[in-house]
Ligand binder design. Sequence first.
Ligand code: SF4
Length: 278
Amino acid sequence: MTAMAGAIARGEVGGRLWFYANYHCNLRCTYCLTESAPEVTRRELGREQIVERAREGRELGFTALGVTGGEPFVLEYMPELIAALGSELPTIVLSNATVFNDRRLREMEPLADLPVQVQISLDRPDPDDNDAMRGPENFRKVVEAVPKLVERGIGVRIATTLEDPDAADPHEMERLCELHRSMGIPDEDHVVRPIINRGRAVSNDLGVLAGFEQLEPELTLTADGAFYSPFAPTVRGGDLDTDLLVSRTTAPLREPAEMLARIAGSRPAGNDASIGIR
Ligand code: SF4
């Protein structure tokens, strides 16, 4: 058994290997961890690098894969890449669902036969409230895209990000749940999580603090190195945060995997990682 497989089996490290495919995005949400926008540095990890590290990940004992950004689907090769990853391990890809035109949807159809889920952000049941955080027309585009994915048999989850989930208006949450159910998404595929106070959320004074103590260790690869969690390689003032950098080396994957396993094994007992990106 590899060091990483042992750490995953003991529950010290999450079994999902994450990739930051890129950092640019067609949107510029107020709480974006990566300060993403159309004009930012792309920091693209690269298709071959992702496929090769995913294969190594399966051999090392990872049990699932995740792809995030930026908006992954602004990259032309993303549907094919996700299909390749889904052939290795169950895969989740995070998306804003605003770039799914007819051609893109056709390209995504093979994902229906694979253990792949597209996790789509939808924060509020009212268009104006939702779009105030995520940008004009976001709500309309999401509620148009989700049924098109569902009718093609592609797995979809809805992710809701709120300033304080515990303080959310229950009537509003019920309307949001009625909306996702009406689009064919069951309650078990709806996740609600807090805004994390990193990236653009810091400038806008939003979210909860999250650091080493609060985050579940999950190996996360970017163009700039391997990080402790998918919440770690954030951007502030245009600069990449490196407070949770594990290693500048990402290949071979065994190197950052062993480093993360050692770090995670040294966390004090009773450490309560309570924030998940999923
Ligand atoms: S939160 Fe997601 S959709 Fe919004 S700007 Fe950031 S990467 Fe883009």
